[in-house]
Design a binder for this molecule. Structure first.
Ligand code: SF4
Length: 313
């Protein structure tokens, strides 16, 4: 997943990175067993069960990254632009929103200020902001906001499956056609994946489609990923069988997560994505020792068997 997943990790954004949950380690909260699943946390478990534990169970702090923070900023700008009348939704107008949204982001998440603490002249910040401008500008080559009137923006969704598993997340944009057809849109500030990794990229979108179907009984007509980093748009028109498959996949994933939670057996799975992981210092793969497991455990006799490699299919 070179350009795609690396980029996705690096370019995590408001909803890319959080998936309906606060950023990992963003606040002090007592450890508790997981009670719901978001696309990003499902992705964490598939990538590395131990990473999931560090983020969801231990809630270890993570440093903000320039790329992820820029993603959050760009998402905020694209969302806010729809507050203006359709004819005024131009690239200059959108770029003019960046300074104000950056101020708001610094207020709501003061930790992002440390990103540029060692940049007294503001040169790196200026480059970072101009890259945000470039991403915003590119969006106008991919979609025309003067012709869009989203039904929802930054929509928090949550649905409970028959098994009791709660799925949740934040959808960047929902468009509803006059015919009632639903389109789910997600912005990515990274690059589009190579074709062989498209399925992985679509997993998050199918997750959202499943939630919408469960909530409203409507299968979304189209799933659309807008890659601002490379200027690509990836679309997929799901059918019911896709969503049923994703549901089965998530139930299996949840079984594996529940077993690991009960036994405390969270296996590290080293990949090249470890380079993006904030937790190497406490990861056995890098000579570290995880913190004491904060939850009660049952006998590990049967534990952990379900942590084989789990992909999005
Ligand atoms: S460093 Fe790699 S193996 Fe270790 S927790 Fe992070 S992602 Fe998992």
């Amino acid at each position: 997943m070179e350009t795609s997943t690396d980029a996705t990790v690096a370019e995590g954004s408001g909803s890319e990175g959080s998936g309906g949950e606060p950023p990992a380690g963003s606040r002090e909260v007592a450890a508790a067993p997981p009670s719901s699943l978001s696309p990003s946390r499902a992705g964490d478990f598939m990538q590395c069960p131990l990473l999931y534990r560090f983020r969801v169970i231990d809630r270890l702090p993570e440093k903000p990254s320039e790329a992820a923070t820029r993603g959050t900023l760009v998402h905020a700008v694209l969302e806010r632009l729809f507050d203006t009348p359709a004819t005024e939704r131009t690239a200059p107008r959108a770029k003019a929103l960046i300074p104000g949204q950056w101020d708001r982001l610094r207020e709501s998440r003061p930790e992002v200020v440390e990103l540029f603490a060692d940049d007294p002249e503001g040169e790196r910040l200026a480059r970072w902001l101009s890259e945000a401008e470039r991403l915003v500008e590119r969006w106008f080559t991919l979609e025309d906001p003067t012709r869009l009137e989203p039904a929802e923006r930054e929509l928090f969704v949550e649905a409970e499956l028959d098994s009791g598993l709660r799925l949740r997340g934040i959808i960047d944009r929902v468009d509803v056609a006059p015919t009632g057809e639903v389109r789910i849109v997600d912005y990515k500030t990274g690059k589009a994946p190579r074709p062989e990794y498209a399925e992985s990229a679509l997993f998050q979108m199918k997750f959202y489609a499943l939630v919408v179907w469960r909530l409203k009984g409507v299968v979304p007509r189209r799933l659309q990923l807008v890659y601002l980093g490379s200027g690509d748009v990836l679309t997929y028109d799901p059918v019911l069988a896709d969503l049923e498959r994703v549901e089965r996949k998530l139930l299996a994933l949840w079984d594996a997560i529940s077993l690991a939670t009960e036994t405390g057996n969270w296996r590290p799975r080293p990949t090249k994505l470890c380079g993006w992981c904030d937790h190497q210092a406490v990861c056995p793969e890098f000579g570290g020792t995880p913190p004491p497991y904060p939850l009660p455990v049952r006998s590990p006799a049967s534990g952990g068997g379900a942590q084989g490699r789990m992909g999005p299919d």
